[in-house]
Design a protein around this ligand. Structure first.
Ligand code: T4K
Length: 372
């Protein structure tokens, strides 16, 4: 049997290119603590993302935790549960209380029409997620935040390199974070960053990621350790050179999926948003059992049997995690709950061949109602 196709496959530069990039680390033995690769990567990112400032972090989760911490918030944070564990955990680990808002049916991002009814005198912030690279309703969120004086921190983990109305997505909100994990469109092995345009915030973020150390004799804040090392930064520098080409490949694969799955009744495919230049990070499909003839879980198992590793991103939703047992009710976010039972993301990475995509689509086609 052929090798299993996984949901994604980490993008890596040619080995020689990485070796070349890390040579200087052997020359100078400087492996971490804001070395030359760190400085270079930070500068290149600023330019690439079109943002005023960037603070690199060891991973996307720490970028989010530190971004939230830097605002010294207290009380309740409105967010949505249709996301990876990181978003909700980052709020809770900062001593804040997540208040879950439902999502929109069409793009799975937070539904701004339902935010205001959740605002109380304890609400301090909104943490929306650009799920799968779908951009939230930025205008509505900004206007609600302004009206109620709330901080907005975007979990933009999935949207590296995207633009909305021609503007880099890192520019929205009081801060936005990206993830550079191996499974993402762009990776630095592990890694992440916070984008912002306030100098004081930058200073606080630096302190948080480096023990509050400004120089060997001055520790001005109680910080942690969330520094990105030189090997990570070197991988980021290499991968950045290949990103455009990789996104192009992803786009071709997504177009093929849309074409081959578009006519299967009961399968709803991911589609592009207006005004967004996408990075084609994920390809989620929704399975309507009554029309398709099989549940999401049944189709998932059929794919598994055919050596195809789809993933149920994002099931379970975070307000149903065992870790939060008894604290939340999924019925409060019915669209997020229903979506989590019907969704799966299909394999997507630049090296996926036409033949593999055709095979995946024919398995999905053959399992449908009409064929039973
Ligand atoms: N906010 C949001 C909305 C997020 O989705 C995430 C992370 C974060 C914040 C936090 O960012 P980070 O701290 O992670 O930077 C994966 C990723 O680990 C995680 O980064 C990502 N979201 C989440 C959606 O997916 P798993 O547990 O599903 O990954 P895993 O290990 O099962 O890998 C999936 C597939 O990727 C494998 O089947 C094969 C491929 N793979 C994986 C690894 C680790 C590779 O090809 N190479 C690799 O090194 O969480």
């Amino acid at each position: 049997m052929s090798e299993k196709i996984l949901v994604t496959r980490a993008t890596m530069p040619p080995m020689e290119e990485y070796f070349d990039e890390i040579k200087t680390i052997w020359d100078n033995h400087w492996m971490t603590n804001m070395g030359e690769k760190h400085a270079l990567f930070q500068e290149e990112l600023k330019e690439f993302l079109g943002v005023r400032d960037v603070e690199l972090m060891v991973n996307g989760h720490m970028a989010l935790e530190m971004a939230i911490q830097a605002f010294n918030l207290k009380g309740e944070v409105i967010t949505s549960p249709f996301t990876f564990a990181s978003t909700t955990h980052a709020i809770v680990r900062n001593g804040l209380t997540p208040v879950f808002c439902d999502i929109k049916e069409d793009d799975y991002t937070i539904d701004p029409a339902k935010i205001e009814e959740l605002i109380t005198e304890n609400t301090c912030a909104i943490v929306p997620i650009h799920v799968y690279g779908n951009i939230c309703d930025i205008e509505s969120i900004e206007s609600i935040a302004k009206k109620h004086n709330l901080v907005v921190i975007y979990d933009a983990a999935h949207t590296f390199g995207e633009t909305y109305k021609g503007v880099g997505v890192g520019n929205f909100g009081d801060a936005s974070i990206f993830s550079f994990h191996a499974t993402k469109v762009f990776n630095s092995i592990e890694g992440g960053c916070v984008c912002f345009d306030d100098e004081k915030l930058g200073n606080d973020l630096y302190n948080l990621k480096n023990f509050g150390i400004r120089d060997p004799e001055c520790v001005e804040a109680v910080g942690a350790n969330a520094k990105m090392n030189e090997f990570q930064a070197a991988m980021g520098l290499c991968n950045l050179r290949h990103l455009k080409q990789n996104i192009e490949k992803r786009k071709e694969i997504v177009n093929k999926y849309q074409k081959l799955l578009g006519d299967i009744k009961g399968i709803r495919c991911w589609h592009e948003q207006n005004d967004v230049m996408h990075n084609y990070a994920y390809f989620p499909i929704l399975i309507d059992r009554d029309i398709y003839g099989k549940t999401r879980d049944e189709l998932f198992d059929i794919l598994e049997k055919n050596n195809i590793g789809a993933r149920k991103y994002f099931y379970p939703i975070t307000n149903s995690f065992d870790a939060y047992k008894g604290r939340y009710n999924v019925e409060d976010t019915p669209i997020a709950y229903k979506t989590s039972l019907e969704v799966m993301t299909l394999p997507l990475y630049p090296e996926l061949t036409d033949e593999q995509v055709e095979n995946i689509c024919s398995v999905i086609h053959d399992a449908s109602y009409e064929k039973v």
